[in-house]
Each structure stands twice: as C-alpha cells, then as structure tokens.
Design a protein around this ligand. Structure first.
Ligand SMILES: Cc1cc2nc3c(=O)[nH]c(=O)nc-3n(C[C@H](O)[C@H](O)[C@H](O)COP(=O)(O)OP(=O)(O)OC[C@H]3O[C@@H](n4cnc5c(N)ncnc54)[C@H](O)[C@@H]3O)c2cc1C
Length: 94
C-alpha cells in the first residue's frame, strides 16, 4: 500500500460473537474505530441460539481483558469471577 494514502482508523470485524467483540475492545484500546458486522439479528447471535444451555466456564475465563477494562470504566457490576454465568457454585478444575 502506498504511503501517500492516509491510513483509515476504522476497521471491520466480521461477527459479533465473543471473539469479534473482544477484537472490538482491543481495537478501541488502540484508538481504532471498530465496525462490527453481524449477520444475525443481534449481538451474540450464535451464542443466543444455545442460551438455554448453562455455561461451564467461570466469568474469569469468559471476559476478555480489554473488554473487562472497558466494562469497568462503565461501572459494570463485577460478576462472581470464579462462578459460571448464572451459577453461584465456584468452578473447580478437574
Ligand atoms: C452448547 C454450547 C455451550 C458452550 N459453553 C461454553 C462455555 O461454557 N465456555 C466457553 O468458553 N465456551 C463455550 N462454548 C463455546 C463458545 O460458544 C465459543 O467458543 C464461542 O462462542 C466462539 O466465539 P466466536 O466469536 O469465535 O464465534 P461465535 O460465537 O460463533 O460468533 C460468531 C458470530 O459471527 C456471526 N457471523 C458468522 N458468519 C458471519 C458473516 N459472514 N458475516 C457476519 N456475521 C457472521 C455469527 O452470527 C455469530 O454471531 C459453548 C458452545 C456451545 C455450542
């Protein structure tokens, strides 16, 4: 790419699943503007399709570091890090 063209600060991210949303959080931390393109009707479309299934991994493994920092800035109530979402039972490695 020629150096005479200005670099765009907007990046496209395909899919608003956990990975796409984490990528968006990292882009924001780097001063970029993410444009997240989701083919489903809402964010997390694929995950919502199995939302009736309890998650097995605790919050500590489910929150990307950059996403966690953005949420903390917005006073997101801290979850029980050692419990899976929707559970109050601490997770134990087997
Ligand atoms: C029943 C079940 C239980 C699970 N439990 C856990 C758990 O407890 N803990 C855990 O860590 N993981 C769990 N997983 C795995 C976890 O869901 C996946 O690892 C995670 O969702 C992968 O994230 P992803 O963003 O890569 O993909 P996805 O979640 O599949 O998200 C991809 C997104 O991209 C969209 N998309 C796809 N193609 C396009 C396109 N061409 N254009 C625009 N948008 C597009 C989709 O609609 C979707 O919203 C579970 C999975 C299942 C099925």
């Amino acid at each position: 790419m020629s150096e005479t063209f200005p670099m765009s600060k907007t990046i496209a991210i395909i899919g608003a699943g956990p990975v796409g949303l984490a990528a968006a959080a990292h882009a924001i931390e780097r001063g970029l503007t993410p444009l997240v393109l989701e083919r489903g009707p809402s964010v997390g479309h694929a995950v919502r399709r199995w939302a009736h299934v309890p998650m097995f991994s605790p919050w500590a493994f489910n929150i990307d570091a950059a996403a966690g920092r953005l949420l903390a800035d917005r006073r997101w109530p801290s979850p029980r890090w050692h419990c899976a979402p929707g559970s109050h039972v601490p997770w134990r490695a087997r």
